[in-house]
Design a protein around this ligand. Sequence first.
Ligand code: SAM
Length: 299
Amino acid sequence: MNSPRGSGLYRRSKHHAVPSRPAEAPPAADVGQVRQISSLTNDLVKDMRGLQAKKERAETGLFLAEGLKLVTDAFVAGWSVKTLAYAEKVRSQPMVAKAIAEALARGVDVVEVSEAVLEKISRRDNPQMVVSVIEQCYQPLEAIDADKATVIVALEGIKDPGNLGTIIRTVDSVGASGVILVGETTDPFAIEAVRATMGSIFHVPIARASLDDFLAFARAKRLPMFGTHLAGAVDYRTPDYPEPAVLLMGNEQSGLPPRLVEACTQVIKIPMVGEADSLNLAIATGVTLYEMRRKRLTL
Ligand code: SAM
């Protein structure tokens, strides 16, 4: 089925699980050729731009990643890169040249484009000079190895892609085991979310679950659950946090729903002394995660 915005060059592919090891580069016989595109109406350009839309990402199972670092991280982590587009002026930069060679060796579609094309794909005036299309990757809930987990962060109804990307980056930094998106949430593969992860999207397992499935999973695995709430009666610095455990965060507008609050082992609160009603969700997650893992982290 063709995409409503582009040509449908990107067919839907099944989301794959987090790769356990980086994919090996194919033999030299598979090496492809770089194409040049300067037309703003080229089908590939339209398809890449189309991935800015959630519907298009859902239909194709792909997403856009901006910048050389992200595509390099994707290669190292073994994610499936479909297209690499770069501006002619950066072609000879050593790290770009290396990424182009790596992409060609892996059979990735490599295209040299004008800056106007990159602006169109990125919808930005000053776009990154390298943009890639990568296959999305979710971890099935049942594949999460709760016994080996440290902290699993469950985010109920998170709406802001920047918050989600920041949380994924923090989960990576603190050595937490992954993220479960509970209920209707923003897309972790939205361009703003991917940007905010700064590459951690490739290293943090992400699962999705309905509220019922999440509760069934946590009960079956007997995971202690620490929920954060403005009405919490326990200072977040007082529990002796076990591992594995779940840190449960409410959404930006309404906080945790009563069903999830009831399921918590403890409902914790971060003290606030100023006039703010609450902390930003990503900040609250970071502060709590560092406390939960405090004794296990060293410089
Ligand atoms: N109006 C919402 C409410 O009443 O819960 C505020 C939500 S707050 C912006 C987003 C999430 O961050 C909350 O659901 C909670 O998980 C966490 N959070 C923010 N500030 C917190 C605090 N001081 N203590 C505990 N959790 C907090």
